[in-house]
Design a protein around this ligand. Structure first.
Ligand SMILES: CC(C)(COP(=O)(O)OP(=O)(O)OC[C@H]1O[C@@H](n2cnc3c(N)ncnc32)[C@H](O)[C@@H]1OP(=O)(O)O)[C@@H](O)C(=O)NCCC(=O)NCCS
Length: 191
């Protein structure tokens, strides 16, 4: 159960907010345009790129998961334009939430994933049960590891990839990063 006190956050031109059913076409368009870049690391890309894909049917369970506060599926917006996604997942322990992210390829290299993840960390720590935020990625996904490293997460090392991470082009080895509440001074307020 995710008990974050707010679902949206913004810093300068960058904002995150949960998907709604009305986002279906926009999300599909971005995933299709980003498919080659995402496919090695994200197991769900084919859901959106199938020729018979009905984007409303694909987004429905994602929106419903957020409505049940089981999992946050959100967009990253730069000056109002969708450039990627952040997720908040309750699967790493009772006192922790996991944050995930992806960007369209032409949005990379400018710190947007790092900033959007920082906004998601801000949201995660509004949950009173949360003492730690965790980021997991395939060991081979070096660029993904740059995000927690830049935000000051501690490297907790590697282990077998847990069910659900499932990077199709990955090594099968997962790297975990962790940030304690006491080590986070907030992002949006100082961005
Ligand atoms: C993972 C992913 C989001 C990382 O993207 P990214 O562009 O490396 O990350 P950021 O947007 O935070 O940008 C960081 C880069 O911008 C640069 N940068 C420029 N201005 C910056 C700023 N103000 N703040 C931080 N970084 C900045 C950094 O130096 C860094 O560049 P470098 O890698 O050459 O050092 C992207 O590679 C991706 O979408 N991959 C496919 C999906 C995926 O793997 N998701 C994660 C699954 S676990």
């Amino acid at each position: 159960m995710i008990r974050i006190a707010a679902a949206t956050a913004a810093a300068g031109p960058l904002a995150i907010r949960p998907w709604t059913r009305d986002d279906a076409e926009a999300v599909r368009a971005l995933v299709v345009a980003s498919a080659d870049h995402l496919a090695p690391w994200m197991p769900w890309v084919g859901d959106w790129t199938a020729p018979d894909c009905d984007p409303r049917a694909v987004i429905e369970p994602l929106v419903a998961e957020w409505e049940r506060r089981e999992r946050y599926h959100g967009g990253i917006y730069l000056d109002g334009a969708l450039i990627g996604s952040v997720g908040i997942v309750d699967r790493v322990g009772p006192d922790a939430l996991e944050v995930g992210y992806w960007l369209a390829p032409d949005a990379t290299g400018r710190g947007h994933a790092t900033a959007a993840t920082a906004l998601a960390v801000d949201l995660a720590f509004t949950d009173p049960d949360v003492e730690r935020v965790v980021i997991l990625h395939d060991e081979a996904n070096v660029r993904s590891g740059g995000v927690p490293r830049r935000l000051g997460f501690a490297d907790r090392g590697t282990g077998p990839e847990r069910a659900g991470l499932g990077a199709p082009g990955g090594s099968g080895v997962e790297r975990a990063w962790e940030l304690a509440r006491a080590d986070w001074s907030g992002y949006a307020s100082r961005a």
